[in-house]
Design a protein around this ligand. Structure first.
Ligand code: GTS
Length: 225
């Protein structure tokens, strides 16, 4: 029997967080090997473990998978969270790509220079309430089901909950005016595997704090704007 998937990344959200969410929601236990220093990353690279010299990397089913979207696709397919046919899958792709754009904007916020932070937060709040949440509120209204696609849980629902919770960290009242999304959040949060992941002490990661930001910058040697 295959062992638990092993996740290689730093001890923070970044690109790996959606993978953690998806695995946890599917009820899959996983191990994490944290990259803590530039030398840890160099070792992974020098040992030939990273196809493009980048993480996230996930050891799963005998593969060393890289590229976030490829990993998410694989996990979603394997655990039946990717719709029942090609059209449902297309819809899930559209929703999750939109959410990934939003996710990316929020994730890089802690790494943004202090003098640009306020403007970025304002931009995120506007995009969340004017561009993204209306799409999902309407989708739930038009569709009339408990889930975004089909009538069963998919990767799109899981990623939407992740994004809602992150957006609420920027603006706690973000769901005001979106009644179906408020119900959606409550409903999806009660799914046992997800409920468990939302508890303190799970492998879900908090927003980056100042210390972790410096660690990440040191490992990847970058400044993100
Ligand atoms: N398209 C890739 C993916 O989605 O997985 C991009 C991966 C990527 O840029 N990873 C960064 C990295 O490994 C780390 S982070 O941006 O996710 O924090 N950088 C090291 C390098 O040498 O490029």
């Amino acid at each position: 029997m295959a062992g638990k998937p092993k996740l290689h990344y730093f001890n923070g959200r970044g690109r790996m967080e959606s993978i953690r969410w998806l695995l946890a929601s599917a009820g899959v236990e996983f191990e994490e090997k944290f990259i803590e220093t530039p030398e840890d990353l160099d070792k992974l690279k020098n040992d030939g473990n990273l196809m493009f010299q980048q993480v996230p990397m996930v050891e799963i089913d005998g593969m060393k998978m890289v590229q976030t979207r490829a990993i998410l696709n694989y996990v979603a397919t394997k655990y039946n969270l990717y719709g029942k046919d090609i059209k449902e899958r297309a819809l899930i792709d559209m929703y999750t790509e939109g959410m990934a754009d939003l996710n990316e904007m929020i994730l890089v916020l802690p790494l943004c220079p202090p003098d640009q932070k306020e403007a970025k937060i304002a931009q995120i709040k506007e995009k969340v309430t004017d561009r993204y949440l209306p799409v999902f509120e309407k989708a739930l209204r038009d569709h009339g089901q408990d889930f975004l696609v089909g009538n069963q849980l998919s990767w799109a629902d899981i990623q939407l909950l992740e994004v809602i919770l992150m957006a609420e960290e920027c603006k706690p009242s973000v769901l005001t005016g979106f009644p179906l999304l408020q119900e959606f959040k409550a409903r999806i949060s009660c799914i046992p595997t997800i409920h468990k992941f939302l508890q303190l002490g799970s492998q879900r990661k908090p927003p980056l704090d100042e210390g972790s930001i410096e660690t990440v910058k040191n490992i990847f040697k970058f400044e993100r704007g």
